[in-house]
Design a protein around this ligand. Structure first.
Ligand SMILES: *[C@@H]1O[C@H](CO)[C@@H](O)[C@H](O)[C@H]1NC(C)=O
Ligand SMILES: *[C@@H]1O[C@H](CO)[C@@H](O)[C@H](O)[C@H]1NC(C)=O
Length: 464
């Protein structure tokens, strides 16, 4: 073969140039072209797999906002001001959902470690601790995340503040593409005596058995969203609408809000069939106290222990009622629900799975997600909370606000003393603590649990 090739090449070599040198030049040409190709491909793959990470939407819409529409014949100061406004509102969304370079670096570095270091491939937990995963005498926590750094902060803050860390079991659910990195991180950063399980969604029996009508619904949802109101260009070209409404509609197109990782919380009873009670944590929270007293709260037979979000000192964060999330101009909503009913929050929820299994909650959730798709997303626009508010209706037990302080990601005026004294703080909103746009006075509550001298953290230039 080689011989054939060199005979063939010999015909191509311009006279006066030695074959060896020619092959060398060709080799470098091929090498650099494929390197370039590889780099571009890597970007593309990253975007496709990235779901909420790559912000496809941002990339698609960005130039549209900046370019074509601005160049329309009616260009005026007013128009560009308007465009700037849309951009500003939408930028917050894109910024808070895109993944900074350093976190991407951390993912890749850990994946590489997983491939090359046996210690990073240790199964979690070790075989002798596996029985604890289904033992109801432990405190079980569930965290669904594809962000390793965020998960590391939740885990470390949870364990460090626990009075009985040997009784803590944290189940981390991640996706296929993050699994190796997540596994490597927790193998190499033991939180013993706490027990950490890292599992990819695809490895749950429930998932493999194919009981995933949710996935179908989500796919449908994503499909509907991509065509929602004629797609991004149609939304942007509607000049009669307020910039913030346009930004809200653009956000509805974002895959973030229909990603399976977000909706997985409604399947917790099926994912953990042996467990009676778990505490569900979002990945943008920090635990600041021992959480075991949550197991002593009498839930009065209710399924979901959550903080209410309609009353409280902070008027901006704590003024949420059903009408803040659901479209009460729609007869399906107004006929069935009370607009002034208090809303509650996800982020730190006590879930009584025994009580849950006796209810119709998952069915109801599904039913309403379908209704929303059928009515062209006019019942609500965004997120997992609106169908959650509907599905858990009558099954929510209000817990003390101490257990879950909200708003650190969208409220610059958060009272720092209150935040320091809360059991759990939640960076819900756009200013996530792992982003540059985080509020500088609040960020230390989160960075406190990042070890900046760690090799992986340092090599990816992640700084406080
Ligand atoms: C669950 O809810 C649906 C619709 O809300 C209803 O049709 C069904 O009968 C309910 N099932 C049970 C077991 O309550
Ligand atoms: C709310 O529902 C009404 C009635 O179906 C509909 O006309 C309107 O567009 C909906 N609002 C939003 C913001 O989707």
């Amino acid at each position: 073969m080689l011989l054939k090739l060199s005979t063939y090449l010999r015909h191509l070599v311009p006279p006066g140039i030695r074959l060896r040198k020619f092959i060398k030049v060709i080799f470098y040409l091929v090498f650099f072209t494929s390197l370039l190709g590889f780099m571009f491909n890597l970007n593309a793959v990253d975007c496709r797999n990235g779901e909420n990470k790559c912000s496809n939407i941002g990339r698609k819409i960005g130039p549209e906002i900046l370019g074509s529409n601005l160049e329309s014949p009616v260009t005026s100061t007013e128009q560009s001001f308007r465009t700037a406004k849309i951009h500003e509102y939408f930028y917050r969304h894109v910024a808070s959902n895109s993944i900074p370079e350093q976190l991407h670096c951390l993912d890749l570095t850990l994946a590489n470690e997983h491939a090359n270091n046996a210690a990073a491939r240790l199964r979690l937990p070790s075989a002798d601790l596996v029985p604890a995963l289904v033992d109801n005498s432990y405190f079980h926590f569930v965290l669904a995340s594809d962000n390793v750094l965020a998960a590391s902060v939740v885990a470390k803050s949870l364990v460090q503040n626990s009075l009985q860390p040997w009784k803590v079991v944290l189940h981390i659910i991640t996706d296929k593409k993050t699994y190796n990195s997540m596994q490597a991180w927790f193998s190499l950063h033991s939180l013993s005596p706490a027990i950490i399980e890292v599992k990819s969604l695809q490895d749950f029996d429930w998932f493999r058995e194919g009981k995933v009508s949710l996935l179908e619904a989500m796919e449908k949802d994503q499909h509907v969203r991509s065509r929602f109101r004629g797609g991004s260009s149609a939304i942007i070209s509607n000049t009669a609408e307020k910039p913030e409404d346009i930004a809200a509609k653009l956000k509805a197109l974002s895959p973030t809000y229909s990603s399976v990782m977000n909706h997985i919380r409604i399947y917790i009873p099926e994912l953990f069939p042996s467990l009676d009670k778990v505490v569900f944590l979002d990945n943008d929270i920090v635990v600041q106290t021992d959480l075991s007293p949550l197991w002593d709260i009498d839930m009065n037979g209710k399924v979901n222990g959550a903080v209410e979000t309609c009353k409280g000192k902070d008027k901006r964060v704590m003024s949420k009622m059903l009408k803040s999330y659901l479209n009460f101009s729609h007869p399906l909503i107004s006929k069935n629900f009370d607009p002034n009913e208090c809303a509650w929050a996800y982020g730190m929820n006590i879930l009584d799975l025994e009580a849950w299994r006796k209810t119709n909650i998952s069915y109801t959730y599904h039913y309403w997600v379908e209704q929303n798709i059928k009515s062209d997303l006019s019942l609500w626009h965004l997120g997992t909370l609106p169908p959650g508010l509907i599905a858990f209706h009558g099954n929510v037990h209000t817990i003390d606000p101490f257990w879950h302080m909200l708003g650190l990601g969208y409220q610059e005026n958060t009272n720092l003393v209150d935040a320091k004294n809360a059991g759990v703080v939640h960076f819900n909103g756009w200013a996530k603590p792992w982003l540059d746009i985080a509020f500088p006075q609040l960020k230390p509550l989160w960075t406190k649990y990042v070890d900046f001298s760690d090799n992986f953290i340092e090599s990816c230039h992640i700084r406080a």
